[in-house]
Design a binder for this molecule. Sequence first.
Ligand code: OAK
Length: 800
Amino acid sequence: MNALAPQPVTQDVFRSEILRHLTFTVGKDAAHASVHDWRMALSHALRDRIVAPWFSATRRTWAEDRKRVYYLSMEFLIGRILEDASINVGLREIAGAALADLGQDFASVAGTEPDAALGNGGLGRLAACYMESMATLGCPAYGYGIRYEHGLFRQEFNGGHQVEFAEDWLSQKHPWEFERPECAYDIGFKGQVEVKGGRSVWHPGESVRASAFDTPVVGWAGRWANTLRLWAAQPTQHFDLKRFNRGEYTAAAEPETLARTISRVLYPEDTTHEGKELRLKQEFFLTSAAIQDILRRYLDTHSDLRALPSKVAIQMNDTHPALAGPELIRLLTDAHGLPFEEAIEIARSCLGYTNHTLLPEALERWSTWLMGNVLPRHMQIIERIDEDHLASHPKRKHYVGIVKHHEVRMGELAFIMSHRVNGVSALHSDLVKERLFPELHALHPDRIINQTNGVTPRRWLRMANPALSSLVTNTIGSGWEDHLDRLRELEPHVEDRGFRDAFAAAKRANKAATSNWVAETTGVRVDPGALFDVQIKRLHEYKRQLLNILQTISEWHEIRENPQADFVPRVKIFGGKAAPGYVVAKEIIHLINDVAEVINNDPAVGDRLKVVYPANYNVSMAERLIPASDLSEQISTAGKEASGTGNMKLALNGALTIGTLDGANVEIRDHVGAENFFLFGLTAHEAVERRNDPEHSRHAIEACEALQVVLQLLAEGRFSPDQTDRYLGIVDRVWHHDYFLVASDFAAYRDAQRRVDDAYRDPDGWARMAALNTARMGFFSSDRAVRGYMKEIWKTTSAL
Ligand code: OAK
């Protein structure tokens, strides 16, 4: 008998497993256990149930000598694990009942789990969705990341300002991980390169140890599980007992403190490039540990490194792990003696690069000085890659290489070192070809492909929205969770009034629950019957939270001007963090909070308009807000949002989109139908043209009286009575430095909001549109996206 095969789970069995862990893992008596203790006991009991599929998946991968996917990412924005894992292993109900027997409530216990916030936004959350889909699809894979001690900062508002606090998710034990002290690699920095017997030998001047922590990631129905391997930095030197005994306590601890710095904090920049040596060290730390681990695993059972690409696919999540190319070449040549020409081809066949942004400030560049200083051998290899590439295309006039103007361009490096480069929506992939890498695209016309993003329906529908999930299952049966296209089967039911009423009732129930939560967290009472208009995402000028709040001001003004008119009641909900150094984004946060203060306390407005901005938006808050949303704000300046994934989660949960033709909005609109989407604004190409008119804002403002009024109110200090000039800067930007075309799109946006109001006045018509959104969003499952990567980039098949 297989000792690992757990007993079939019944409520009684599972209850005793929880109790066993409470006693022997947590060391507590039930009579004195806190909610935290119960969560630990429950998590361990659940983790036990994940170990069996995890081991069998690992064994099969070894036994069948399968190709593995290695997903390298500086960010994994996982959120909470407990409930998601319990759903995937089919134990959510049993766990709830077993806990109830023990006098505990599942939601309260699971609600104490801190979010694993090892990411900033879209790129990190996408990595988490893809890990879950790879497990669901039985695609053997490892995620490689950094085990940051402090994840994304906690946001609070103080007088409307964003204030940041260190996040401390590891202050409680993280029950999902297995520490692997035996799995560790030395990571070098600085030093010199020596040539010896025809080979280069790098003698690093400093080193730290990367030590592995593994978290199993279980897929739907517990059929497969993969590993998320996060590296923690530790000192390579032994503790200096001599210094300690001399009383030099701080000095003795120094090596440890210095080493740990590398995995101490997640950089809270979601697009701008943080030019610090520490960031470069973090990137190399992750990449080198991953590449060493990949080669070690391969060489356990193979000897011919030329066949590496038949067993190894490495995906670089944007350019942060782009040193994977040079590091792999270094190990293949310097450590294993392969010729450079062969090493570069092997590396390229293994590597793929996903681009997640076109914003110029987000394209990583390192000075050759810094690169040469921190990674002298890699700098040599990068120059060699560049020369090699140039030599194979000698006739190009405008050669765009990797090293230019004393900078190493990581996008070009990632491109040249990958056999496939992909964008994350159809529009974005076109723009990657046209705007980002036109020269390289001309040289390698088959290299850039598209893989439109997706989101996991297990977390973002099944778990986050039990009311809608039950309705879907009751209507079309189960099985949609891993075949999301099956949501199409809802379409005929949308014609049924009973179904539409049930759909609207589910939304209404979610809104009622969220209204209570909003009141508790912000102190603002909102009417669950109002239209919930939601913009949740990082704070960025290109995402245009400013456009939204200016329109809100306009709406407020109209209510005051026409107190008797019939307004559709709205709750404007904002959520999101600004990078701590991003002054303009923080000013916009302040403005939203100031506007909220005025509007929410204006008796002339009452319940017709409320503005709420709960602090510290994170994955858990998204799970709470998305099911309760009626309207999804996807209003970025066209050409700037690579894809968006919040747009997908919201539409899947029956929110209608008001949006521009940007990122994946274009495809969402194609799928849900133009009549079920509120489109407005300039297209990506029109936006570029518009900027050719140096007076574009003035022209737009002069043509729109409503916008003039809004800017006037801001300039008068109506939202900052304590400091009337507070928003002069913002007014000036809209007038004179409106790169993101807020003024140019304002009138069209306001118009689209009118169409929203008109549609919402017909509740049944709205329910039909909302239900059609849900029914037609099946394409946006991350399972579809990951299948695309498997087929087009990784050349691998499912083991299931
Ligand atoms: C973060 C840092 C550097 C470069 C890009 C990012 C990032 O988060 N980009 C976002 O990636 C998401 C996933 O592909 C997209 O949906 C967002 O549009 C994009 O901004």
